[in-house]
Design a protein around this ligand. Structure first.
Ligand SMILES: Nc1ncnc2c1ncn2[C@@H]1O[C@H](COP(=O)(O)OP(=O)(O)OP(=O)(O)O)[C@@H](O)[C@H]1O
Length: 301
């Protein structure tokens, strides 16, 4: 089942240009969906629209298979969210912060202990939230979002500003919530490297347009296809002429021939052609582009 379906949603603030332009987005039940894009791409606006924090101007949003507009309360009762920084009272402990929200959500008393355990803050006892590290504050924000036992978590850049160990902690927490508690998660980020070890699906947005949406496995496949091949030969000038005759885009870099995007069969054919034309091939090496550079290529174009 699809947990979130966004169809042809556009949005503009006042009469300025559209910050979202007919975007489509599908979050599968049970997935961890990485919503990626550079600063200002439209991630927060999209998440706010999904949560009904902004009034939808155009398009359709369905959550848990139901139109958001007609089932708002029912849908929101099953969503936990953390948009930008968490609303935390610095002068209160983690428990007392949670008590404030517990009254609003009317969740049972024992839920406070449960969520503190889940996010790894059970040991903080009398420590005030103002004395928490940024990572602890984010985890408290997630604890608040979990109080009413949601089946969907919507998180806007929860790892922003965290140090590497804080990022790992949040990643492990979200993985566990997904795998052991069956919570579907959509998490936005402007850094693919930060969430590629976490997500199962990826959507990439730039300048208000969705550029790409697929499973992480598909993105990795694309990464494999986008590898760069290096040929070392005894006669680069003739070799590159032969490649151009066979309509292969190649260039010479530091006396090596560089070809991007060539299948395994393509590599074998090039090798055969070179050898058949008496060129000595000393080495062939394929280097995969990292996911980050694919993301950069998608968002730069
Ligand atoms: N309340 C607002 N009024 C006018 N313009 C806005 C408002 N909120 C956002 N924008 C603009 O909409 C565009 C998308 O912003 P949004 O916050 O959705 O991007 P983002 O991808 O979440 O970026 P970031 O990672 O920087 O938060 C930006 O150009 C931003 O300046």
């Amino acid at each position: 089942m699809t947990t979130i379906q966004v169809r042809d949603v556009s949005h503009q603030f006042s009469n300025q240009e559209y910050v979202l332009d007919n975007i489509n987005l599908n979050v599968r039940e049970g997935s961890i969906y990485g919503f990626l894009g550079p600063n200002g791409a439209g991630k927060t606006t999209t998440l706010r629209l999904i949560l009904g924090l902004l009034k939808k101007q155009k398009g359709e949003i369905e959550i848990f298979g139901k139109p958001f507009d007609n089932h708002r309360i029912e849908i929101l009762s099953k969503i936990g969210s953390l948009i930008e920084s968490p609303s935390i009272y610095g002068h209160l402990t983690a428990v007392n912060n949670l008590k404030v929200w517990q009254k609003i959500y009317q969740s049972p008393d024992n839920r406070i202990g449960e969520v503190l355990e889940l996010v790894g803050l059970a040991h903080t006892k009398n420590k005030k939230a103002s004395q928490f590290s940024l990572g602890m504050k984010q985890r408290l924000g997630i604890a608040i979002a979990l109080l009413h036992s949601p089946s969907l978590l919507i998180l806007d850049e929860p790892t922003n500003g965290l140090d590497p160990s804080g990022i790992v902690e949040i990643r492990e927490l979200l993985k566990s919530l997904n795998q052991h508690h069956g919570i579907t998660i959509i998490i936005s980020s402007h850094l693919l490297g930060e969430i590629e070890k976490l997500v199962t699906d990826v959507g990439i947005i730039n300048k208000g347009k969705m550029l790409f949406e697929s499973s992480l496995a598909d993105l990795m496949k694309r990464q494999h296809q986008a590898s760069t091949i290096y040929f070392d030969t005894n006669d680069s000038a003739t070799a590159i002429k032969l490649m151009h005759q066979h309509k292969i885009e190649a260039q010479i870099e530091k006396e090596r021939i560089v070809v991007s995007q060539l299948s395994k069969q393509g590599i074998a054919q090039v090798n055969q052609t070179l050898v058949a034309n008496s060129i000595e091939v000393y080495g062939i090496r394929a280097v995969e582009n990292d996911l980050e550079s694919i993301f950069m290529n998608l968002t730069n174009n």
